[in-house]
Design a protein around this ligand. Structure first.
Ligand SMILES: Nc1ncnc2c1ncn2[C@@H]1O[C@H](COP(=O)(O)OP(=O)(O)O)[C@@H](O)[C@H]1O
Ligand SMILES: [Mg+2]
Length: 311
């Protein structure tokens, strides 16, 4: 049965704020006072290795959840193959990062307004272009990206399937990486595969595993335990546990309505689970340090695309 929306959206938002805000404030207070120009936006790359496990759904709904808790969120759709964050939101972007690189538009002009004040940037062909930027284009892009720093508390990056250099670079450049797996053995193997590469490239990466589409919570915990144990034993690398999301038919219905689940069915099992995960994730986030933030992210990214190293 499809769960009806039994509570008005305002009540849900108030509830979300109550759940999440103490943690947000705790974190922000820990960093205050924020000096002029200080970079505190967190950059989180969501990846999986295997496609179709819920990256885009998670990015969109996590963004809403954070936005409802009063956070300013920008999404970068860095999926070159099947960019579909716009499909989840029911928005069609006319422009992408390429237009900024070419100097045709300002970053403000390519950002699309999503629900709850979320801003979406379509990476488009601009993503691969980062590798080949001529100095004047790079300067222009970085000047523009600097404007984002004061506009966001979170930059969420949705990546494509597979373990391409591009995807790995987006992982290496971020403050935090969320790897999504399902209970399928192929998905677990792919999640481990990408964790292995990340652990070698940047051993100080903060990686959390989220197990999606489980029938029972214990199933998710078992998947986490297996992946984390193997990573610890063979790579000497710690994988954090982000949580578990249930298999939820509402997710599919929300996609069909081109409305994120958090808005389509805020009390559904997956939406409720995600709210819990997001509120707990605030505890785990490492504090911001110099070189963090959106500018730091893109600076590292450009170096990586050019074949450099962040170490
Ligand atoms: N928890 C869930 N329960 C049921 N279906 C889900 C869940 N998470 C994702 N899906 C569905 O899985 C499909 C792929 O999700 P998507 O977010 O596009 O994955 P990816 O970005 O990893 O390719 C979509 O049809 C989505 O509705
Ligand atoms: Mg996707």
């Amino acid at each position: 049965m499809i769960e009806p929306i039994i509570k008005p959206i305002e009540a849900i938002i108030a509830e979300t704020r109550k759940e999440i805000q103490p943690f947000v404030f705790k974190r922000l207070e820990a960093r205050t006072p924020r000096k002029a120009g200080e970079k505190i936006a967190r950059t989180i790359t969501v990846t999986s290795g295997k496609g179709g496990v819920g990256k885009t759904s998670l990015v969109a709904n996590m963004a809403i959840c954070l936005a409802q808790a009063g956070q300013r969120v920008i999404i970068l759709d860095a999926d070159l193959g099947l960019a579909n964050i716009d499909v989840v939101f029911g928005i069609r972007p006319k422009h992408c990062l390429m237009d900024v690189i070419n100097g045709d538009m300002n970053i403000d002009e390519v950002m699309i307004q999503g629900p709850n004040g979320i801003q979406i940037i379509a990476g488009g062909s601009g993503v691969s272009e980062l590798a080949e930027l001529e100095p004047d284009k790079a300067a222009r892009l970085f000047n523009q990206l600097r404007f984002l720093e004061d506009k966001a508390d979170f930059l969420l990056i949705d990546t494509g399937a597979g373990i391409s250099e591009g995807v790995i670079s987006f992982c290496q450049a971020a403050d935090q990486i969320v790897v999504i797996a399902t209970t399928e053995p192929t998905s677990m193997a792919d999640a481990y595969g990408i964790i292995k590469i990340i652990s070698k490239r940047r051993p100080d990466s903060h990686v959390s595993l989220l197990v999606n589409r489980v029938d029972a919570d214990e199933e998710g915990v078992q998947v986490y335990d297996r992946v984390a144990r193997v990573a610890e034993e063979f790579l000497g690398f710690q994988v954090h546990h982000l949580g578990t999301l249930p298999q939820d038919r509402n997710m599919h219905l929300a996609v069909r309505q081109q409305t994120p689940l958090m808005l389509f069915s805020p009390m559904s099992p997956a939406a409720t689970g995600l709210r819990k995960i997001v509120s707990q994730a605030f505890h785990e986030l490492p504090e911001a340090s110099p070189g963090d933030g959106i500018e730091g992210f893109f600076t590292r990214l450009a170096k990586l695309f050019k074949g450099g190293s962040t170490q």
